[in-house]
Ligand binder design. Structure first.
Ligand SMILES: Cc1cc2nc3c(=O)[nH]c(=O)nc-3n(C[C@H](O)[C@H](O)[C@H](O)COP(=O)(O)O)c2cc1C
Length: 185
């Protein structure tokens, strides 16, 4: 039964969707790519080496980490492959604007957009990014001070501060359900 389902998956998507291509800085996007790959039976490749395995213009799902609201590597991936869906992986809580923010930022028209909550681990950062994230809680705290302490925005900021200070890992197979459902359609 399991094999039949797997074969059906391959017939359904393997022909069109060639691969998952991902860019990950500290490992959370890579984890999502590997979980999705195992779930749908399509290989996942790091964007640095993906062109060794897939051809230009092949149809792919792109997964990239969020840096200052930008999906790292997405625009380069669009030049190399036919990106059918993009999954942005950030540390913020998903909300009703997560996906539209990414759509606007990248002027996306006909690519399906998903937002996935990744995680945060300062020990895996280096250089300027590490410096920035060390001072970022102070900047966030100052902006939270101007908000109503019962507002969603305030709560979101405080959660981000907590994740930056203590580290967090929100990666789960359950978060990929909307992506898998979209692929099934
Ligand atoms: C310099 C920097 C900027 C970031 N900007 C954002 C952001 O704008 N929005 C967000 O949700 N997460 C942001 N993050 C958090 C990362 O997107 C998050 O940790 C993600 O899970 C990293 O994925 P990776 O492990 O695959 O690199 C930022 C992290 C760094 C280091």
């Amino acid at each position: 039964m399991a094999i039949q389902v797997y074969v059906l998956f391959l017939i359904k998507w393997g022909v069109q969707m060639k691969a998952i291509v991902y860019t990950s800085n500290t490992g959370y996007t890579k984890k999502y790519a590997e979980i999705l790959s195992a779930k749908i039976g399509i290989p996942a490749y790091d964007s640095k080496v993906a062109n060794q395995s897939i051809a230009k213009n092949d149809e792919v799902i792109y997964m990239g980490w969020l840096k200052a609201s930008t999906v790292v590597g997405f625009e380069k991936a669009q030049k190399e492959y036919t990106v059918k869906a993009v999954c942005a992986v950030g540390m913020g809580n998903p909300n009703d604007k997560s996906e539209s923010t990414i759509t606007d930022r990248h002027h996306i028209k006909d690519v399906k957009v998903f937002y996935l909550q990744g995680g945060f681990d300062i020990s895996k950062l280096h250089g300027f990014d590490k410096f920035l994230m060390k001072i970022f809680p102070k900047i966030l705290k100052a902006s939270a001070a101007k908000k109503d302490s019962k507002s969603d925005e305030y709560i979101e900021i405080m959660e981000s501060i907590k994740s930056i200070k203590n580290g967090a890992d929100f990666v789960s197979e359950a978060n990929l359900v909307p992506v898998v459902s979209w692929l099934e359609k």
